[in-house]
Design a protein around this ligand. Structure first.
Ligand code: ATP
Ligand code: MG
Ligand code: MG
Length: 383
């Protein structure tokens, strides 16, 4: 079989390697962390991501190269393109690495994003804040994740501090109008090199402190909106010429409008539910798309709630799920545990997830609540 080279060896790389190994592919991951999550199930080159020599080694040993994070150094991406086969190309990275370029590309595909402005200095910020009104959200154009690199401006008195703090990152800034959303959802679409496109069912996402806590599928929104969200993700995949997966994060407003928040050109945390709940997982679908195979059937087989297991949850999860009286049977739910093989269970670190398969999402949520493990977070999905 062929060898797939992974840029990045975190949990997304690990689950790609697990899915792809079952399909007969071999994997080699480039990651600086000793025994990275993917390195435990595949070969690993232990080196920094911008190490050109290591990237060249990866290119030599792999037939196909993909990435599991979007902040791949542009020079490394170009080198890999020249020396190996990178079906996703480097343009998709270039676009999705930068919020302004990403928003322009989404608009060019005919899809709406929250109103935004590029911010070059504090005066421009002042002007934009008075145009949008408060609250509004200032974000660094590059490098942000889990809510890092952004500032919700709640009053004009915060403008100078917000500008100074975020401009220290040294990237461009973008101000977004605050969308008073009813729900946050995401749709993951796959497009193959041959242009075949399929979308997974939308997930309803609940965040706690800007970190994904739950994905609820089917999302509790009208069928019509689910269809619209899938269509929109497909339009973006087409418009951006995606090969592989594209995850589209969306806001749903009270009046049923959809706004794209951001994109990720890779498997996404909110797509982990597909592992047991869909006929094809997002990981298998990505491998199919980049390897030129026909795409798999993304349809949902069962309602499911995906719960993230952060550092502080690992111990109680292991205790509770391993024991026979977790209450799962009584509720008719099936909790499926996935751990990523990370050693240090640091608070807020993503250590694994549980896919709770059930007859209804309410049953799954009930089980999550009954475990008592996510007590702090429970309020977030009740309100
Ligand atoms: P991720 O970990 O998903 O990459 P990130 O750091 O890139 O996160 P965003 O997804 O842009 O950040 O924003 C994080 C969260 O902040 C969103 O999921 C949403 O809850 C809230 N948020 C961001 N932008 C807006 C907005 N314009 N209006 C309302 N809420 C917003
Ligand atoms: Mg992001
Ligand atoms: Mg996000």
């Amino acid at each position: 079989g062929s060898t797939i080279g992974l840029l990045g060896g975190g949990q997304l790389g690990r689950m790609l390697a697990q899915a792809g190994s079952a399909m007969g592919y071999r994997f080699i991951a480039l990651d600086p962390t000793p025994e990275a999550p993917a390195g435990q199930v595949a070969r690993q080159i232990e080196a920094a991501y911008d190490d050109r020599e290591a990237a060249r080694q990866l290119a030599e040993r792999a037939d196909v190269i993909t990435y599991e994070f979007e902040n791949v150094d542009a020079g490394v991406a170009a080198m890999l393109m020249a020396e190996s086969y990178v079906p996703q190309g480097s343009h998709l990275l270039y676009t999705t690495q930068h919020r302004l370029r990403e928003k322009r590309a989404i608009e060019a595909a005919g899809v709406q994003v929250a109103p935004y402005r590029e911010i070059g200095n504090a005066d421009e910020l002042r002007e934009a804040v008075s145009a949008f009104g408060t609250p509004c959200v200032l974000k660094t154009a590059t490098g942000g994740y889990d809510g890092k690199g952004q500032w919700v401006i709640r009053s004009e008195s915060e403008i100078d501090e917000a500008y100074e703090t975020l401009s220290r990152a040294g990237t461009e800034l973008v101000l977004e109008q605050f969308i008073a959303f009813r729900k946050e959802i995401s749709v993951i679409a796959a497009r193959s090199a041959q242009g075949e496109i399929k979308a997974f069912p939308p997930a309803e996402n609940i965040h706690v402190e800007n970190i994904l806590h739950l994905s609820v599928v089917p999302a509790r929104i009208e069928d019509e909106l689910q269809r619209k969200a899938e269509e929109l993700a497909i339009r973006i995949a087409e418009g951006l010429g995606v090969v592989g997966l594209i995850a589209v994060e969306l806001f749903v407003t009270e009046s049923g409008e959809l706004y794209v928040n951001e994109l990720a050109p890779r498997p996404h945390n909110s797509g982990h539910y597909t592992m047991e709940a869909c006929r094809t997982s997002q990981f298998e679908q990505h491998i199919r798309a980049i390897c030129g195979l026909p795409l798999g059937d993304p349809s949902l087989m069962t309602p499911v709630v995906m719960v993230n297991v952060l550092g502080q949850h690992v111990e109680p999860v292991l205790k509770r799920i391993a024991c026979k009286d977790s209450g799962a049977e009584a509720l008719g739910v099936e909790p499926k545990l996935h751990l990523y093989g990370k050693k240090d269970a640091v608070a807020k670190r993503k250590m694994g997830h549980v896919n709770v398969l059930a007859t209804t999402v309410e049953d799954a949520l009930q089980w999550v609540e009954n475990t008592g493990i996510w007590e702090q977070e429970t309020q977030a999905w009740k309100v």
